[in-house]
Design a protein around this ligand. Structure first.
Ligand code: S3P
Length: 446
């Protein structure tokens, strides 16, 4: 099991106006998928702008263990040589995904479509996360679970299907990880694999499947859902992938600028995929001064430079159906809400309980130690601000969760008293440059 590092506590103190233009690293979801598509395509896939965070590097190791040649050419530039769907090798050792739910779950789907056996493991956080949601559909496709920790958790060993069965599956929760695992397994199944989701989740897998030459049809399902039909056993041709900047990482400097008086920053080339912009919509409803400077297409996604200025925010009601498009952004939205005037109600946060930590509990505890009035009612979080700086002064437990650490450091930049976090090491899973980037903007974190 990985990540037995010594915790590194840090604290953020009230900072002067944040100023400057920054670019956050490549999108984590697309980076994992870029490596997986490189593994499954025949030939050489070039990737630019890959997020070189620990989570993604674990996926690179797993792709190597399954038979791909994965080379780091220059910062952000990678080359993957794969041999095609159906050709994966049985890995010799354990596939250790560290902290990464996405890497582990997507790779379970990849392995599940091949007649090979593999053991999946991760750190203490990943070992707590539910894997039954992935194993259930994979079992229907013919995957055998040979060994598994109690409650369908890691470490677990599966043997993929010799002839995977194409299935039709309605996901029990909106989850791009469940959807993608099924589609990856379905790549090596004869016939059509269908995934139905009642709330649309991020669509990077479907878009990349089409881009790499698979036959995939996406249609509407109900008011907010989608139906995805994939024709199995395609030959995937390699394509160059440009990874756009991660909106989930951009969220941190954006909220930092909104709550820190006098701030005026630009965050460059942020991916504006409609299934990822729930936080921006919510912040704009709260009165945030966020202006798109230039909208353009890059590598199959719309990106924009965003100018963000300090703003007087007001509380809003965030509808539950918006959750899939901002699922990773609630911790930092809770921080913004702490500085807003009035009540911000975030509805339907049940999925937050099974992320890198129980984020609903971790956010509530972080707000409590920093004197922010809030309430958890069932699966909803209500934060009450008075339009002034949060009190701060608390020490936040991060529970091996990068987004809890970054969110509360952002809070400390604009709070009356410093905000400490017990460990910043996990920030390296998704945003290795977070600390220097925030320092360049004028944030005081030490
Ligand atoms: C991801 C999907 C989301 C998200 C995670 C990345 C992906 O998880 O929280 O950080 O890349 O597919 P769920 O699918 O469990 O909602």
């Amino acid at each position: 099991m990985s990540h037995a590092t010594t915790p590194r506590p840090m604290r953020a103190t009230a900072s002067g106006p944040l100023k400057g233009a920054v670019e956050v690293p490549g999108d984590k979801s697309i980076s994992h998928r870029a490596l997986i598509f490189g593994l499954l395509a025949v030939g050489e896939t070039r990737v630019s702008g890959l997020l070189e965070g620990e989570d993604v590097l674990r996926t690179a190791d797993a792709a190597r263990a399954l038979g791909a040649t994965v080379e780091h050419l220059a910062p952000g530039e990678w080359r993957v040589r794969g041999m095609g769907v159906g050709t994966l090798l049985e890995p010799r050792g354990v596939l250790d995904f560290g902290n990464a739910g996405t890497g582990s779950r997507l790779m379970m789907g990849v392995v599940g479509g091949h007649p090979i056996r593999a053991t999946f493991d991760g750190d203490a956080s990943l070992r707590k996360r539910p894997m039954g949601r992935i194993l259930d559909p994979l079992k229907k496709m013919g995957v055998e679970v040979m060994d598994c920790a109690e409650g369908n958790r890691l470490p677990l060993t599966i043997r993929g299907a010799r002839d995977a069965l194409p299935i039709t599956y309605e996901t029990p929760v909106p989850s791009a990880q469940i959807k993608s695992a099924i589609l990856f397994a379905g790549l090596n199944a004869p016939g059509e694999t269908t995934v139905i989701e009642n709330e649309a989740s991020r669509d990077h897998t479907e878009k990349l499947l089409a881009f790499f030459g698979a036959e995939v049809e996406v249609s509407k399902h109900g008011a907010h859902g989608r139906k995805i039909v994939l024709k199995g056993q395609p030959s995937l041709g390699p394509r160059p992938i440009i990874v756009p900047a991660d909106p989930s990482s951009a969220a941190f400097p954006i909220v930092a600028a909104l709550i820190t008086p006098g701030s005026d920053i630009i965050v460059k080339s942020v991916m504006m995929n409609p299934l990822r912009v729930g936080l921006l919509i919510t912040l704009q409803e709260m009165g945030a001064d966020i202006v798109e400077l230039e909208r353009r297409e890059e590598g199959g996604e719309t990106v924009a430079d965003l100018r963000v200025r300090h703003s007087a925010l007001k509380g809003v009601d965030v509808p539950a159906e918006r959750a899939p498009s901002m699922i990773d952004e609630y911790p930092v939205l809770a921080v913004a809400a702490a500085f807003a005037m009035g009540e911000t109600r975030m509805n339907g946060l049940q999925e937050l309980r099974v992320k890198e930590s129980d984020r609903l509990a971790a956010v509530a505890a972080g707000l409590a130690v920093n004197g922010v009035e809030h309430q958890v009612m069932g699966d909803d979080l209500i934060v009450s601000g008075n339009g002034r700086a949060a009190k701060g002064g608390g020490n936040v437990e991060t529970h091996m969760d990068h987004r809890i650490a970054m969110s509360f450091l952002v809070m400390g930049l604009a709070s009356e008293r410093p905000v400490g976090v017990d460990d910043v090491t996990f920030i390296a899973t998704s945003f290795p440059d977070f600390l220097p980037l925030m320092a360049r903007l004028g944030g005081k974190i030490s």
